[in-house]
Write a protein that binds this ligand. Structure first.
Ligand SMILES: [Zn+2]
Ligand SMILES: [Zn+2]
Length: 258
């Protein structure tokens, strides 16, 4: 069974559609999913989804694209992270594509998330877009290697992937891997060690081929795994076993259910 390592199931697309979404996971062989928080006001909903189902887990954090979110203390974030269903801190990171100008607040927020992750001893879910250099620099400066984590929806170079792996991080591929023009990402997926790879949907965004442009859902992570197997010339079962073992090794507080 696969794990969807990154999805947003509290979004309105899914809220009223949970039985169908879970049935599709079951029939496509997707056993677990990590539900990612993007703002603190939304966090109770994310947690509720994870609490309602044994095979869903949650993260807590504030996404770098949400500029107008009120800032919060380390203590507040740490308290939320203590919940047993919260297995990661994020998504956090830097995004110089969606937002421009003085983004010092974004870097400060990212640093705070790394500090809290270290205090909570939970791995990080990192989002980086057009900002790889600063992302890696801050990861080093704040000692993110102490807890590790995942570079989610990876779209950077092989060099960036290797630098993150050296810091103890995993690389997660989304539906973008199945896009015909994603040649450089396909090269990264072929080159890095299998024991550092995760798969995700980033639902409801970025549906893989053959559903490109439609609403994504966790069941579709199987198309990402299929593409990975094809690219690496290995079996689907090998990808399934490796990425699922990787997920539970990294997110050590996530308990797999039968
Ligand atoms: Zn993201
Ligand atoms: Zn996301």
């Amino acid at each position: 069974m696969l794990v969807d390592s990154h999805c947003h199931l509290n979004f309105p697309e899914f809220r009223n559609n949970m039985p169908a979404l879970r049935a599709a996971m079951q029939s496509e062989g997707v056993g677990h999913a990590l539900c990612i928080s993007v703002t603190l006001p939304d966090f109770p909903e994310v947690l509720a989804v994870a609490e309602a189902h044994d095979n869903f887990f949650a993260s807590v954090g504030v996404h770098p694209d949400y500029e107008d979110e009120p800032e919060y203390s380390d203590e507040h974030l740490l308290a939320l992270a203590a919940h047993p269903k919260v297995v990661a801190i994020g998504e956090t990171g830097l995004d110089y594509f969606r937002l421009q100008g003085d983004l010092e607040w974004q870097r400060e927020r990212f640093r705070r998330h790394i500090r809290v992750a270290r205090q909570a001893n939970k791995p990080l879910v990192i989002h980086t877009r057009n900002a790889a250099e600063d992302t890696l620099r801050i990861m080093r400066e704040e000692h993110a290697d102490e807890v590790g984590g995942v570079m989610h929806c990876f779209t950077e170079s092989l060099q960036v992937a290797q630098a993150a792996i050296e810091l103890g991080f995993y690389i997660s591929f989304s539906g973008i891997l199945t896009f015909k023009n994603a040649l450089s990402i396909k090269e990264v997926a072929k080159a890095i060690p299998l024991d550092r790879i995760l798969v995700e949907t980033d639902s409801p965004y970025l549906a893989p081929v053959p559903y490109r442009g439609k609403t994504n859902q966790p069941a579709y992570v199987r198309y990402v795994a299929e593409e990975l197997a094809n690219l690496r010339g290995i079996s689907y079962q090998e990808v399934e076993q490796a990425t699922t073992a990787n997920f539970f090794r990294l997110f050590k507080d996530a308990r797999p259910c039968a």
